[in-house]
Design a binder for this molecule. Sequence first.
Ligand SMILES: NC(=O)C1=CN([C@@H]2O[C@H](COP(=O)(O)OP(=O)(O)OC[C@H]3O[C@@H](n4cnc5c(N)ncnc54)[C@H](O)[C@@H]3O)[C@@H](O)[C@H]2O)C=CC1
Ligand SMILES: O=C(O)[C@@H]1CCC=N1
Length: 274
Amino acid sequence: MANKITFIGAGNMASAIIGGLIDSGVEPSTITATAPNDNELATIKQRLGINTDTDNNAAVADADVVVLAVKPQIMRNVCEALRDSVQRQQPLVISIAAGLDADTIDQWLGGQNAMVRCMPNTPSLVGYGASGLYANAKVSDAQRDVATQLMEAVGIVEWVEEEALLDAVTAVSGSAPAYFFLMFEAMEEAAVKLGLPAATARRLAIQTALGAATMAQRSDKDPATLKQNVMSPGGTTERAIHHMEEAQLRTTIADAMQACADRAQAMATELSGK
Ligand SMILES: NC(=O)C1=CN([C@@H]2O[C@H](COP(=O)(O)OP(=O)(O)OC[C@H]3O[C@@H](n4cnc5c(N)ncnc54)[C@H](O)[C@@H]3O)[C@@H](O)[C@H]2O)C=CC1
Ligand SMILES: O=C(O)[C@@H]1CCC=N1
C-alpha cells in the first residue's frame, strides 16, 4: 500500500472509502482528508482518527496517492489550484468523480500525470464496495497495484481497458446501491400495506437481499436458475415474477441504466468543455 494517501474532499464517498481502509488495517495517521469546512473535518477526524487539513496544497505536498473526491462541478477549480503542488510531488492521482475523463483532469493538473479513474460505490464503507478502474498510459504497473490494493481494501475491483466503459460501471455499480435502496423502500411500503409492521418488513427485506446476493455470489448457478429454483410451478413466486415481467421491469431497469450512463457522458461534456 502507498505510504501516504490524501483525499481531496471528505464527503460521503471519501469517508466511505477511508472508513473501509481503516477497518481493513490501514494506519489512520497515513491518511489525510481535506475540505473547506472545519466542522466537517472535525467530525471525520474524531470519528476516524485521520489527519485533516483545510489547505489542499499542504495536504498534497507529501502524498504518494491523491484521491480527488470532490463533486465533478468543482473539480476544475480544485485541480487548477493544485496544479503546482501536483507537478512538484508527482503522486498517483485517482479521481472518483462521475463522468469527467482522465485526460481532462490531467490537463487541469498541468498534464503528464499518472492518472487512475475509479468509479467506486458507497458500500465501500462496510467492505462490500465494487469499483471499476481505468489507468492512463502514465500509470506504472506498480501504481496499478497500489490502486488495486487501495480499492480492494474496501471491496472488489474490476479494471476496464476502455475509459468509456466507466459510464457502464457507473450504471451497474457506482449508482446502483440507490436502486437496491429504492427496492427496499418499495418492498417495505408494500409489506406494510399487507399488514406487517414497518420494522419487521424492513428487516425481512434487507436480510432477503443479503441472502440472495450471498447465494448468487457463492453458487455456480446463474441468477436465472436461482430465480427458477424459487418459483414453484403454479405457486406464489411465479405469480409475483409474472407481474414484474408484465410490468416491463427489465425494460425499466435497462432504461434507467442507459439514462445513468448517458448522464455520466453528458456531465463529462458539460464540465470538460469538449
Ligand atoms: N456518493 C456516491 O455514491 C458516489 C460518488 N462518486 C463521486 O465522488 C465524488 C464526491 O461525491 P460525494 O462524496 O457523494 O459528495 P459530497 O458532497 O458528500 O462530498 C464532497 C466533499 O468535497 C468537499 N469539498 C468541497 N469543496 C472543496 C474544496 N475546494 N477542496 C476540498 N474539498 C472540498 C466537501 O466539503 C465534501 O467533503 C463526486 O465526484 C461523485 O461523482 C462516485 C461514486 C459513488
Ligand atoms: O450520483 C452521482 O452522480 C454519483 C456518481 C455515482 C454515484 N453517485
